[in-house]
Write a protein that binds this ligand. Structure first.
Ligand SMILES: [Zn+2]
Length: 389
């Protein structure tokens, strides 16, 4: 797999190379060919070295040799957009599209590029209209559909996003069900917030139809049951969420523990958390059990349990809990030192990103279902480490 920044450069180089070969076969007059080919390779070199200013200069000169060359203009437009000169890219592509001599295949390529310019400029209505036209023409339809799906996500128009994901799946055979499950969860969450519980449950059914083990749909089911006071059912749903994806334990445990308590199922809570210790290596179940033992068996039992666990899995959050639990029994100068230690530990935790996107590496303090940086779904996960989960 090529790094992302090489791909457009390679595409540009490919287009320029193809055009150059055609131009060379049409015109074999020595001097001009040599000059042109040296220009071309210099431009290519600049591109590969990420010196886009110089590359643009060279390709502009190449375009001057033959004003009819569509490929060079496309390469230039692509470069302008990548450099953030969106207005220039738009003007260039609009000019190309309006040329009466342009072949239909080249025109659709230029339209696709123009749509990407509009997206970059934030002119989403224009981009949407253009991509819809391309889909209707069945020209570059998969690319146009992908752009449309990202526009509808940006506009939070989940019905349209689902509709176009279905079309993309039908057209390309690529599985779109995990992303469609997320769109249905967005609709369910919106309905839940508006108090439309029946509608929310219907959207969750659709999410499960797309992805049986959708952890987010199980968590939302738990939330809706808990809101309605059905805490036993909420417990079932939250436990199913852990079974669907154990990585989300830090998100699931707080509401799950609340529902255990409200449905008077603390023995079941202890069994579940004990089982979790075996197959999950984060600190959240340890902290939950510490709290449970403190309530049931008193502070000493809780501190003994926590100390034993921290020897097996060192954790700053565990240390913080231990300091809090032992603070009351310490007096005098030792207590002052403990307060300093507590303060430092707190500061250490405050500076930590608790979540990271497995796709792009974006770090976050709170959980997001869609990565704010690369826009992937379900890729932001709790970080496991001494200072995190
Ligand atoms: Zn990301």
């Amino acid at each position: 797999m090529l790094p992302w920044y090489v791909i457009p450069a390679v595409a540009v180089a490919f287009a320029a190379g193809w055009w150059l070969a055609r131009w060379l076969s049409a015109r074999r007059s020595g001097a001009a060919v040599n000059e042109l080919s040296s220009d071309y390779f210099r431009g290519l070199n600049y591109l590969l070295n990420e010196e886009q200013d110089k590359a643009i200069e060279v390709f502009l000169r190449l375009a001057e040799y033959n004003r009819d060359t569509v490929e060079t203009h496309l390469a230039l437009g692509n470069l302008f957009r990548r450099r953030g000169e969106v207005d220039r890219a738009i003007r260039l592509h609009q000019h190309l599209v309006s040329r009466p001599d342009l072949s239909e295949p080249m025109k659709t390529v230029a339209l696709l590029e123009l749509g990407e310019d509009y997206m970059r400029a934030g002119l989403l209505d224009r981009a949407e209209a253009l991509f819809c036209d391309l889909v209707a023409l069945d020209a570059h339809a998969p690319s146009a559909l992908r752009h449309l799906i990202s526009i509808y996500q940006h506009e939070r128009d989940w019905h349209q996003a689902i509709e176009h994901a279905r079309r993309l799946e039908a057209m390309t055979g690529e599985d779109q069900t995990p992303i469609m499950a997320q769109f249905y969860c967005e609709l369910a969450e919106r309905s839940r917030q508006h108090g439309a519980k029946v509608e929310a449950r219907e959207y969750l059914d659709q999410a499960f139809a797309c992805q049986r083990d959708c952890v987010r749909a199980w968590m939302l089911t738990g939330r809706i049951e808990a809101d309605a006071g059905n805490h036993a059912k909420a417990v079932d749903a939250y436990e199913a969420a852990v079974a669907a994806d154990v990585a989300f334990v830090p998100e699931i445990l707080p509401p799950l523990l609340d529902s255990y308590a409200r449905s008077a199922q603390m023995e079941r809570a202890e069994r579940f958390l004990r089982g979790l210790l075996e197959r999950y290596h984060g600190v959240s179940p340890v902290l939950a059990l510490t709290h449970l033992y403190a309530e049931r068996d008193g502070k000493h039992a809780a501190v003994d349990f926590l100390t034993a666990q921290l020897r097996r899995r060192p954790s700053v959050r565990g240390l913080m809990a231990l300091i809090d639990a032992t603070m009351d029994s310490i007096q005098g100068e030792a207590r002052d030192n403990f307060l300093i230690l507590r303060d430092l530990t707190k500061k250490l935790l405050e500076g930590q990103a608790m979540y990271r996107c497995s796709r792009c590496g974006f770090g976050a303090k709170a959980h997001h279902w869609q990565c704010p940086s690369c826009k992937s779904w379900s890729t932001i996960r709790p970080i496991h480490g001494v200072a995190n989960e």
